[in-house]
Design a protein around this ligand. Structure first.
Ligand SMILES: Nc1ncnc2c1ncn2[C@@H]1O[C@H](COP(=O)(O)OP(=O)(O)OP(=O)(O)O)[C@@H](O)[C@H]1O
Ligand SMILES: [Mg+2]
Length: 1023
């Protein structure tokens, strides 16, 4: 809607076809008003006029791309994207090759427009890894070509100094496959010379600013631009242009395109060689013959160049300072003057660079060319220098303007002339429109015999004296009467005085205005000759790339044929380009430069008016208005729009024209909007076409909706059927599953219930049985007790009351029996000294055991005694008696126990006297021993003799006393009164003495020893 409302805005119509009144002023005013509103694009039908805003506008965003994608051309605001989209869709959907012709003067925005077209097509075409790679390669060709082919000029900081035509190739789906780039006429003179305030090609500045120190060293370059003769010695950097960053971007782009590192290095080496050639200085010298010659004044630079390209310095020096001339069969080496030397040097630099540029384009083409044999559709984008009118116009301007004439011719042929011719052919009523057919000018330039280019070639090839004057004279002769040719001479002939046309100039009335060309340099530039010595020297170099640029330098292939002239080459390449463009559907972008100062949003009406004129925009609008905006064969038209009428849709069985008539009759367009030709239908205004297209889109949308509706209905039905079937199946399965689960659940529950019930029943039964059992047992017990009781009651009288005692006794008896039997088996030894006895096993046997022990001991003793002899017995009795008498009364008694009682110590029995006596007396001998008598009064011991009380001292005292006692008792029947003690007192003459008998530790030989202790104590030591 936005587009259509602005189209009807009378002050700033978007389509100039709707302009009213139609004048040059109103057209410029409209452009100015739209420009003020920042609408830089305007239509004339389907031609887009673009006014350079010199500032970035927010109209190239991805959202904008989406907005224009598949848009209806006239339904949206004019935009370069709309024409790109229209061309792309026409290519993809209608299978028509397209070309987009972008024209306009330098700085009008052609290159930017071409990049926008390419980026739009890249954005809307399909995506994929391979496709993206192709797109990227195509887009990345721009920075590389711009680096080598663009330069800053007074008009444009990034002016393309070559013409470029790029064919982008697509497959049937509209996916980019690759492309081919053609380049036209590089402005190589810029290499050696440029106007003050301009620059040489960007690459030189980029290389010096962006290359690393190592790379610069490798290329033998210095970073300082001022060092190089071919570069601008004043200001090399440009505001807003980062040469170093651009250099890196260019290197990246080369990598993406597929340049190998070696190729990049070689390319930069050749670039460096061109730069360094400008520093090769020549000086004049005189030969021996007196002829002037030139020589290299500072060989350092030359040596470095030769090192870079692998050439012997002498070869290059010779080629720069001399020339081989072939005269008949002889070759003569002639020296060159300094200007000739510089001319040769510059020609070499220009040739190297332009050939390098051609190689670069070829190399890019090798990467981006389509590899498959698929059927292709082509979209060509032409970005070529616009019409140029300078103060001083030379050969280049002539060539450029010729190219623009040709492009204008295409435009005229395609949009005007062909249109009118077609109307006539189709039998349509047509009011002819006045327009200027520039074929006469094209013919003036390119005619093979009388054309300016042909004559220039002729002059270049002609032997004899040839210079620009002879060329101009020839032109004046041949074109004296030509309407579009003028020179001082023709003016003079017509008696016209015109101070604006100087001598040595000719003027051509181009479609866009009159341009005066100075013939100076025409011959030389057209010849574009390079001394053979120089090309041979280049071929001799070892540098592969440089060598390949000069194939004619190969001495084996020396040909005397002159190479084609620059004019001829350009003419043929333009002819090829035209042929190419004619085969495609043209789309036009007309670029306009709004001011000369590159200022943002400044609009200079005079400048724009001049461009509007030479772009022929007014004529363009007129034709659009008078003619029909659209035409198409009945067949395709009917095919495209038949859905707009119920009679023609879906099938029309009769003729296409009839069908179209029926179709359009139903749509009720005004009669003047339509015209029916013999084979085509014509629609006057784009608006009607737009309306038709809109209705078609609506109808298509309706039909699509219908198809969608039917399809959706069918899909829903089938889906419903499927879902229903599935649902039934699922529910059957589900129910089955649920029932199974339920059954399992119930079964489990029943089993549990059963188990519980059975358990309960069993437990109850068990309890019952247990209780029965217990009752039974109780009854039995009770009965037993009862019966016992009864029995006891009955039989009690038969039982002894001491049954228990009897039992106990029995038990005791058996225990005692067991004890006694055990004892009998374990009796201690019969030795009387052994007092051992087994302990009692039960306490109640303690007394018995003790008793038995005593009995046993007594018995043992009795048995011992019984077996004793009479003497032994008497001895033991004596001992016993002694024991009774002395035990515990006499200290030495225990010691005496070992001493046996012998009774006879004196051997008396052997004595004959005693034997006689014994035989007489028959007396019993009790004891015979010697004793010592102690005097009581003195204490002296004597063996015999003294009377009175005495003390007897005997070694066998105990035996003696015992025998005495026994004898007395046996005799008297009474016990002898005895007082046995170890301590007694005796009366010595000097007083009473207390005597104590003490055991001596050792025996003394003389009997007991008396020790006096004090006055009345004495100890008697005995042993
Ligand atoms: N659509 C645009 N938006 C913003 N700036 C633009 C646009 N088009 C062009 N320019 C500006 O104008 C300058 C010149 O544009 P461009 O290089 O495309 O001109 P050209 O027509 O190719 O000139 P030449 O014939 O010298 O190559 C650009 O560098 C850019 O700054
Ligand atoms: Mg350009």
């Amino acid at each position: 809607m936005e587009g259509s409302s602005s189209m009807l805005d009378a002050e700033a119509v978007a389509d100039l076809v709707l302009l009213d009144p139609l004048t040059e002023e109103s057209l410029v005013q409209t452009l100015q008003e739209r420009f003020r509103r920042r609408d830089i694009y305007t239509y004339i039908g389907n031609v887009v006029i673009s006014v350079n805003p010199y500032q970035s506008l927010p109209i190239y965003t991805p959202e904008k791309v989406e907005e224009y994608r598949n848009c209806s051309f006239f339904a949206v605001k004019p935009h370069i994207y709309a024409i790109a989209d229209d061309a792309y869709r026409s290519l993809r959907d209608r299978d028509r090759d397209q070309c987009i012709l972008i024209t306009g003067e330098s700085g009008a925005g052609k290159t930017e427009a071409s990049k926008l077209v390419m980026s739009y097509v890249a954005a809307v075409s399909s995506k994929g890894e391979e496709v993206n790679k192709v797109k990227e390669q195509l887009l990345q060709s721009n920075p590389v070509l711009e680096a080598f082919g663009n330069a800053k000029t007074v008009r444009n900081d990034n002016s393309s100094r070559f013409g470029k035509y790029m064919d982008i190739e697509f497959d049937f789906k509209g996916e980019p496959l690759g492309g081919v780039i053609s380049n036209y006429l590089l402005e190589k003179s810029r290499i050696v010379r440029h106007v003050k305030g301009e620059r040489n090609f960007h690459i030189f500045y980029q290389l010096l600013a962006g290359a690393s120190p190592q790379l610069l060293q490798q290329l033998k370059l210095r970073q300082d631009c001022g060092h190089y003769g071919y570069l601008d010695r004043e200001g090399s950097s440009l505001p807003g242009m980062d040469d170093a960053a651009n250099f890196h971007a260019m290197q990246d782009a080369m990598r993406i395109i597929g340049f190998s590192p070696t190729e990049v290095t070689e390319l930069l080496q050749v670039t460096a060689v061109v730069l360094k050639l400008g520093n090769v200085q020549l000086s004049s010298s005189f030969q021996a013959s007196g002829m002037e010659a030139c020589s290299i004044s500072e060989p350092q630079e030359l040596h470095e160049i030769c090192e870079l390209i692998g050439l012997e310095p002498g070869t290059l020096e010779r080629a720069l300072c001399s020339r081989t001339v072939k005269a008949r069969d002889e070759t003569v080496l002639t020296t060159l003057t300094v200007p000739q030397g510089y001319y040769g040097r510059d020609a070499l630099a220009k040739n190297i660079y332009s050939r390098l540029f051609d190689w670069l384009v070829k190399r890019i083409n090798a990467s981006i060319q389509v590899k498959s044999d698929k059927q292709r559709k082509v979209m060509g984008v032409l970005d070529i220098y616009g019409f140029e009118i300078f103060q001083d116009n030379g050969f280049e301007q002539f060539i450029i303007n010729y190219c623009n004439e040709k492009l204008q011719q295409i435009f005229i042929l395609m949009t005007l002339k062909e249109e009118q011719e077609e109307y006539v052919r189709e039998g349509i009523q047509w009011t002819p429109v006045e327009f200027f057919d520039n074929s006469i000018i094209c013919n003036l330039i390119e005619n093979n015999t009388t054309g300016i280019l042909a004559m220039l070639d002729e002059e270049c090839l002609r032997p004899g004296v040839v210079n620009e004057d002879t060329f101009l004279t020839k032109l004046n002769q041949l074109l004296a009467t030509h309407k579009h040719y003028e020179s001082k001479e023709t003016q003079n002939a017509r008696r016209v005085t015109d101070a604006s046309l100087p001598p040595r100039c000719f003027r051509i009335h181009h479609y866009a205005g009159k341009v005066t060309y100075n013939v100076t340099g025409f011959i030389e530039k057209n010849n574009d000759l390079l001394f053979r010595d120089l090309s041979q020297a280049m071929w001799a170099a070892q540098h592969a790339l440089l060598r390949s640029l000069f194939p004619e330098g190969d001495p084996q292939k020396v040909s005397l044929k002159l190479p084609p002239t620059a004019g001829f080459q350009f003419k043929s390449s333009v002819a090829m380009l035209m042929k190419n463009l004619y085969s495609k559907n043209p789309n036009y972008i007309r670029c306009i430069k709004p001011n000369d100062t590159k200022s943002a949003m400044v609009f200079t009406p005079e400048l724009v008016l001049a461009q509007v004129r030479y772009l022929g925009l007014l004529e363009n609008v007129r034709v659009r208005r008078a003619g029909y905006a659209f035409r198409q064969l009945y067949g395709p038209f009917l095919q495209r729009y038949k859905m707009l009428n119920a009679q023609t849709w879906p099938r029309w069985d009769r003729g296409d024209r009839e069908g179209t008539e029926v179709l359009l009759a139903g749509l009720e367009f005004p009669a003047e909007e339509l015209a029916f030709g013999h084979t085509k239908i014509f629609i006057r205004s784009p608006r009607t076409l737009f309306d038709l297209e809109r209705r078609r889109q609506e109808r298509v949308a309706e039909l699509a909706t219908l198809i969608q509706k039917m399809f959706r209905g069918w899909r829903c039905r089938t889906q419903y059927q499927r879902m229903r079937k599935s649902q039934i199946l699922i529910s059957a399965w589900f129910r089955g599953h649920r029932q199974k689960n339920q059954y399992k659940q119930m079964k489990r529950s029943v089993l549990i219930l059963q188990a519980y019930a059975r358990g309960w029943k069993s437990r109850r039964l068990l309890r019952e049985l247990k209780s029965q059992c217990r009752r039974h047992a109780a009854a039995t017990t009770i009965a037993a007790h009862w019966r016992g009781y009864q029995a006891r009651k009955t039989y009690r009288k038969y039982f002894r009351s001491s049954a228990s005692t009897c039992l106990a006794n029995f038990i005791y008896r058996s225990l005692v029996q067991k004890y006694l039997v055990g004892l009998a088996k374990n009796l201690p030894p019969l030795s009387v000294t052994d007092r051992t006895w087994p302990p009692a096993p039960y306490r109640f046997l303690d007394n018995t055991n003790q008793e038995l022990k005593n009995i046993f001991y007594h018995w043992k003793c009795k048995k011992y005694r019984d077996q004793l002899s009479a003497s032994r017995r008497a001895q033991l009795q004596a001992r016993l008696c002694a024991s009774e008498l002395f035990k515990d009364k006499k200290t030495l008694y225990p010691k005496s126990l070992q001493q046996p009682f012998r009774g006879e110590y004196l051997g008396l029995k052997q004595n004959p006297k005693y034997q006689k006596l014994h035989a007489v007396a028959k007396d019993k001998l009790v004891l015979a021993d010697s004793v010592r008598k102690v005097n009581r009064a003195s204490g002296k011991v004597s063996t015999v003799g003294a009377k009175g009380d005495f003390l007897l001292v005997s070694d066998h005292l105990i035996e003696l006393v015992t025998r005495l006692y026994q004898t007395f008792e046996a005799t008297t029947g009474q016990a002898l009164p005895l007082h046995i003690t170890d301590r007694f007192s005796t009366r010595f003459p000097k007083g009473d003495v207390s005597i104590t008998v003490v055991e001596s530790p050792k025996a003394s030989t003389n009997g007991p020893v008396c020790k006096k202790k004090g006055s009345n104590k004495m100890e008697v030591l005995v042993y």
